[in-house]
Every structure is written in structure tokens, then in C-alpha cells.
Design a protein. Structure first.
Length: 241
């Protein structure tokens, strides 16, 4: 009896093992298909996603098209790494945000982090300070009640050698009008001026006629992917600065 039962046991085991192995190979056909997909075109898939996402050419329906980037700044306006909490063309407070909101990067949440007031602000590129404002405090009603009231904010406005302007808003200037600044030079500190939800730079670029243009910064999220705003900071800034 013992030898038989051992034999039976041994006989039964191999079939189970043999049966289970082919099952694993045959059943998950999706695994094979998926592996082939990845092998075929990992780069092409990435390119398609970028095009679709950035220019709404068939990508995520959650992302609208937006103004193409026309300039890349060589420097970071805040101590790095920085994070774009609100991109150019994001609609907020009932109007289109023709600027980018720059703050700290929180690696724990993979989002922005409100920048402490008093954080140094650096010129993202060199130029001449053509205007600046100081002495403006926070909006009395606070955010978001202050939205739409064109509350004045402090800022530094710099004209580059190409004639384009860069304005850094919610910033107390540490440089005077007429001064030339180099990229990376401190131009001010973040402050609580104007209508804003939390500390950050509302950074805007315009052509010589004052028309806002889109741009790119060396931040963790330099361009929109699947969202235009993470909601960490927000503001409402007059468009005529
Ligand atoms: Zn802003």
C-alpha cells in the first residue's frame, strides 16, 4: 500500500506541475500582447502622448490646447527645484492666466508647495530693470474674494536684450529701475502683496508690444502634462503690469 500510495503521489505531482506551467504560459495572452506593445515602440508612444497632450491632437480630453512655448529661460527664478503650480492659459477666476505661477516643489506630494514669504527671487535671464513696485500689501478681502478687483501687487519688470519683458509679481524688489541684472542675480523677495492664495511668483513674459507669450522654465514640471494647475497656489493679477 505504501509504495502504491507513494507512486500515486509521485504520479499525480508531475501532471499537476506540467499542467500548471502550460496554463501560465497560455492563459495570460494579454501579458504577451502587452510585452510586444512595449517592445515595439516605447519611444513612439511617448512622442504621441507628448503631441496629443500638449497640442490636443487626440490626447487626453482633459487637456485643452494652449499657446505654444516661444521662449525658454536659462535660469530658475527661485532656489531650485521649482514647480509650476499654474500654467499659461489656465482659466481661473473667470479669466485666462497669461502667466506661470512658480513655487517650490514638494517631492512628497509631487505638487507645488507655497513658497515662504521672503524667499529670494532671481533673474531667470539677464536684462534691464524697467519698472518695479513696492509698498503694496495683501488684498484686504483675501483670496478668492479679491479676485476680479485688479488689486495692485509688488513686482519687478525686466527687459531682455531681445526687447521682451519679464515681470515677477508678488515680489518686493531689491533692485532699482534702470539697473542691469545678470541671470541668477537676486532681484527681490517673495511677498504677500496683491491677491494670492499662497507665496509664489506670478511670472509673465510679454513681447515688446505687451502681448503675453508662453515660455518654459527649468522646473520639475516645465510643461503641462495632464493638468494646468495643482491648486496649491492661485492668484488674480492685473494683466497690464
Ligand atoms: Zn498667477
Amino acid at each position: 500500500m505504501l509504495p502504491r500510495s507513494r507512486e500515486d503521489h509521485l504520479r499525480q505531482r508531475p501532471p499537476r506541475t506540467q499542467n500548471s506551467r502550460p496554463r501560465d504560459r497560455r492563459d495570460p495572452t494579454s501579458l504577451d500582447g502587452g510585452a510586444e506593445l512595449f517592445r515595439l515602440a516605447p519611444i513612439h508612444i511617448g512622442l504621441l502622448e507628448i503631441r496629443g497632450t500638449f497640442f490636443s491632437g487626440g490626447g487626453s480630453p482633459r487637456v485643452a490646447s494652449y499657446t505654444p512655448v516661444q521662449h525658454t529661460y536659462p535660469g530658475n527664478p527661485l532656489p531650485p527645484p521649482c514647480w509650476i503650480s499654474q500654467f499659461f492659459d489656465h482659466v481661473t477666476n473667470g479669466k485666462t492666466h497669461r502667466a506661470q505661477d512658480v513655487d517650490y516643489y514638494n517631492s512628497n506630494t509631487n505638487k507645488g508647495l507655497a513658497t515662504p514669504y521672503g524667499t529670494p527671487v532671481y533673474a531667470a535671464e539677464g536684462g534691464t530693470v524697467v519698472a518695479e513696485a513696492s509698498g503694496n500689501g495683501p488684498a484686504a478681502q483675501g483670496y478668492p474674494a479679491c479676485a476680479g478687483q485688479n488689486m495692485p501687487a509688488n513686482y519687478v519688470k525686466i527687459q531682455g536684450s531681445d526687447g521682451y519683458y519679464t515681470v515677477y509679481v508678488h515680489v518686493t524688489p531689491t533692485v532699482a529701475t534702470g539697473v542691469h541684472v545678470n541671470q541668477g542675480q537676486q532681484i527681490g523677495v517673495t511677498d504677500n502683496s496683491g491677491c494670492q492664495l499662497g507665496g509664489h511668483i506670478h511670472m509673465r513674459r510679454t513681447d515688446p508690444s505687451g502681448t503675453p507669450v508662453n515660455f518654459k522654465l527649468p522646473c520639475v514640471n516645465p510643461l503641462p502634462t495632464n493638468n494646468f494647475a495643482d491648486g496649491v497656489v492661485d492668484d488674480d493679477v492685473p494683466d497690464n503690469i
